[in-house]
Design a protein around this ligand. Structure first.
Ligand SMILES: NC(=O)c1ccc[n+]([C@@H]2O[C@H](COP(=O)([O-])OP(=O)(O)OC[C@H]3O[C@@H](n4cnc5c(N)ncnc54)[C@H](OP(=O)(O)O)[C@@H]3O)[C@@H](O)[C@H]2O)c1
Length: 253
């Protein structure tokens, strides 16, 4: 049974979707949460209002702004004194099919997506891991995607950002293991959140559901369950691992 009593957990992008579900799960298991958001304060407040326990806070930062990320991490440390678990979850998805996207839009999509999904996670990990080293250890979890392996021809920058996140997590696992910091990568398939709203509204949804022999896509709670399992004591030998949460919708060996 996972127990996060006395632990302080920072989840980026916890105002909605998978991040919110992770926050609820950690709070249910006794943790104290820093709920990060970008612009949607009302949604972050909704997450806060649903958390069990007390002492939780909301913090804002645009992941594309490295200075804002550093200020946000310092704000959490000022409030909590330490961060035991970091979940790098904030992210965006945008379509930019190569043959149908103008060059200016193509370049701005690559910059926006990589700086949010990949560089944002790298900078947050950098800032937090220095404090984890000083504190004697910690856990970092990357929310990647099945897309890193399966591909997404209409969104190559998104797929590349998630493949990059896998490499980021694996290399941080190597670099930080001597400091008792364990790094895990979670790769969900389609998850029913705002990000999948346009898929859900499209005729393709039935096919997407059937990609899994379970006949459904993942819920944010499915992902949160795995994240909490990895962050709990006992999962340390999984460090550097990429854990699929896709209902066997995409198999790899
Ligand atoms: N849903 C899926 O099918 C799926 C599948 C595989 C992987 N994932 C990954 O899971 C993660 C969470 O996805 P989700 O579906 O829960 O997304 P979501 O419901 O769209 O929520 C996105 C979260 O990221 C935050 N965010 C977006 N841009 C940001 C920026 N520039 N700076 C800081 N925060 C920013 C949002 O903050 P605000 O509320 O303030 O805007 C929000 O909290 C993402 O990394 C996504 O790539 C999702």
């Amino acid at each position: 049974m996972s127990d996060f009593r006395g632990q302080h957990i920072l989840i980026t992008g916890a105002s909605r979707g998978i991040g919110r579900a992770c926050a609820l799960e950690f709070a249910r298991l006794g943790g104290r949460l820093a709920v990060h958001y970008n612009t949607n304060r009302a949604a972050a407040d909704t997450t806060l209002s649903q958390l069990e326990g007390s002492g939780h806070i909301a913090v804002a930062a645009d992941m594309t702004d490295g200075d804002a990320v550093e200020r946000m991490v310092n704000e959490v440390l000022a409030a909590f004194g330490r961060i035991d678990v970091l979940v790098n979850n904030a992210g965006i998805f945008e379509e930019h099919p190569p043959l149908e996207t103008g060059y200016a839009a193509w370049r701005s999509a690559w910059t926006r997506i990589l700086s949010t999904n990949l560089v944002g996670a790298a900078n947050t990990s950098y800032c937090v891991s220095r404090h984890m080293v000083a504190a004697g250890g910690g856990k970092i979890i990357m929310i990647s995607s099945r897309t890193a392996f399966r591909g997404k021809p209409e969104a190559p920058a998104y797929a590349a950002s998630k493949a990059g996140m896998n490499a980021l997590g694996q290399n941080l696992a190597l670099a930080l293991a001597p400091h008792n910091i364990h790094v895990y990568i979670v790769a969900p398939g389609v998850v029913e959140t705002d990000m999948a709203a346009s898929d859900k509204a499209s005729p393709a949804w039935e096919d997407i559901r059937r990609q899994s022999p379970l006949g459904r896509v993942a819920t944010p709670e499915d992902v949160a369950h795995t994240v909490a399992f990895l962050a709990a004591a006992g999962a340390e030998m999984l460090t550097g691992g990429v854990i699929d949460v896709n209902g066997a919708s995409y198999l790899r060996t």
